[in-house]
Design a protein around this ligand. Sequence first.
Ligand code: AMP
Ligand code: MG
Length: 417
Amino acid sequence: MNKDSGCSGPATHQSLTVDEARRIILDTVRPAGGWERVALRSALGRVLAEDIVAPCNVPAHDNSAMDGYAVRADDLATDAEARLQVVGTAFAGRGFSGIVGKGQAVRIMTGGVMPLGADTIVVQEVVRTEGERIVVPGGIRRGQNVRRAGEDLAEGAVAIARGKLMGPPELGLAASLGLAEVTVARRLRVAFFSTGDELASIGRPLAPGEVYDSNRYTLHGALNRAGCELVDMGVIPDRQDALETAFRNAAACADVVLTTGGVSVGEADFIRELMQRLGEVSFWKIDIKPGRPMAFGRIGKTWMFGLPGNPVAVMVTYYQFVLDALLKISGLDPLPERPLMSLVCTAPIRKLAGRREYLRGRLYAEDGAWKVRPASTQGSGILRSMSEANCFIVLDENRDDVVAGDSVQVQLFDGLV
Ligand code: AMP
Ligand code: MG
């Protein structure tokens, strides 16, 4: 591979660890650029393409965090009750227009603007009324239960930084600033195709020796979740000319091309050779199970990932190598953390040291504690295992057999927000 290509990596055939392969990919890919203005609701799941600087304070005024009374701390004692005259009421959205003088208080509801003169909110639960007056206990802290102007977002400060994924909290934050539109990164265009003479598309009966193409559907789901625009190019047979045309068409229209199958060293495996001829490519044997062979490179400005063919290997390599690359190319910055948690595994696992394994696991609660067990069958062709699972059990390179009761590392499939 050309060293100046921006796609440099170890030579073909070299075996890499998962961490090495991830680092090379993530150090190599660059944000694609491009942006558009969208209505706030449409920004969900998009990457913010410019800093949002707060045009105002949120909240705009000091206001009450509780239902109660707005008082002057100077009127209160630390160890004795105080009697105050109630001179008016402040509601959220309809304030008290006067000034709270010495010995006075204003009834106030949550969100009501702090009346002039008052500096402290006493919650109604601790107050006794005596006709027009209230009795406030001693020991109230000055400034208690007051929400300060700008304490959520301060005017002039960066409220949401460029590169942030717009999720539910960010939609709400932008709305709290009154923003009807935001600038988001252009959606990535990802072209993908399956390769294999044995593959049939859904909707027609299988001929002898055929299997339905499932990889395009798992990728359809995963790429949609990642916010990409999809170019589904169907099934391409194991023929050099057909594959070359597919690669050229994909590279001409997409930011990223994903292929599945044909990337190992069988007689009908042309992907690596083609990628090398059309562009620049690193081909790796990765010390990973499942998903050992993988190609990564580019044709012109288009990034290419040649994933293995086995359905579980496709999903493992997609989530461990491709997803974060897509997010980086989309402009996400920083990339999400991928936490691993240590949990007790309640079944034994056979494991060879020397490679990292991603087993499909199921978290479950038992006796008040969360534990994990491997899915019943683990073959790289058993796609059902992904569906049964809610996490990967990640067994590091230097680990060997797991005994029931051992702690293992777990990577969750789902986040919450
Ligand atoms: P390959 O890497 O092309 O040798 O494929 C490895 C295994 O995965 C073979 O058993 C293929 O039939 C199977 N396979 C490849 N692509 C697909 C696909 N798109 N859907 C389902 N199975 C596939
Ligand atoms: Mg094949």
